[in-house]
Design a protein around this ligand. Structure first.
Ligand code: MN
Length: 256
């Protein structure tokens, strides 16, 4: 059993070190992670500048690129073998609801999934690495259970896991959830640079808008580990018929 580990907070982040330490005795693990913080890079790939891979003293490999770059080059030549599982994290902060669209943590896992490999993105629900040991223990437990039940190394799937920042004894059992929704983000923040130019800082993510029962927000607020199976197909399947009809109608009008 071979596991590729990546993240978006960078190869020196406590979350990836904890994930590596938690998994190194249950499988053959290799780390390929961004050199610097790449949070909110989603599935971005670097196409217009070269990527370099270096090895840190602890054996982790780091790349001057995005989370998806790391997994992409690992799977297309760097590793020289196909891992059975790609795991990403543990992220410094929640990746719930709409966060999953922006998240580099999810992006790294999704890149593995796009290559046909089962993948899990792990995040702690709050920043600051509080009770990281508990989150890592829960991550190991989930991976081990999946290995025992032969869910790894077969069909690809993609799981998004958010772990409340609680001591192990207070963490409630995993709950399978849908994604909630956030309100629109906070307003952009402007400052004046030393050279008199206006600088814009992207504002914080909005608060939860849909945090009803069944969502990741609800589960983690009640102490559960939230597990959301994700898919990548963005097609609006329910509205295919509506759009087919509407566009046929528009064409009919144009003809008349
Ligand atoms: Mn991050």
């Amino acid at each position: 059993m071979k596991i590729l580990i990546s993240n978006d907070d960078g190869y020196q982040a406590p979350g990836i070190v904890a994930l590596y330490e938690a998994l190194k005795n249950v499988a053959e693990v290799e780390v390929v992670a961004p050199e610097h913080n790449n949070s909110a890079k989603s599935n971005a790939l670097t196409l217009h500048s070269p990527l370099y891979v270096h090895r840190a003293p602890n054996g982790f490999r780091y790349v001057n690129g995005t989370p998806a770059d790391c997994v992409h080059i690992a799977l297309t030549g760097l590793l020289g073998y196909r891992p059975d599982l790609v795991v990403s994290g543990i992220n410094n902060g929640a990746n719930m609801g709409d966060d999953t669209i922006y998240s580099g943590t999810v992006g790294a896992a999704m890149e593995g999934y796009l290559f046909g490999i089962p993948a899990i993105a792990f995040s702690q629900t709050e920043k600051g690495w509080k009770h990281l040991d508990a989150a890592a223990a829960r991550a190991r437990e989930l991976v081990q259970q999946m290995m025992v039940h032969h869910m790894v190394g077969s069909q690809p799937w993609l799981l998004n896991v958010n772990i409340p920042c609680l001591p192990l004894k207070d963490l409630k059992p995993p709950k399978v959830c849908r994604l909630g929704r956030r309100h629109a983000a906070e307003p952009v923040i402007t400052q004046t640079s030393p050279r008199g130019e206006t600088m814009y800082w992207i504002g914080a993510a909005g608060p939860a808008m849909d945090e009803s029962e069944g969502t990741d927000f609800h589960a983690t607020a009640h102490g559960h580990v939230a597990i959301t199976p994700l898919k990548v197909d963005l097609s609006d399947h329910e509205r295919l018929g509506y759009w087919a009809q509407s566009l046929a109608h528009l064409r009919g009008q144009a003809a008349a």
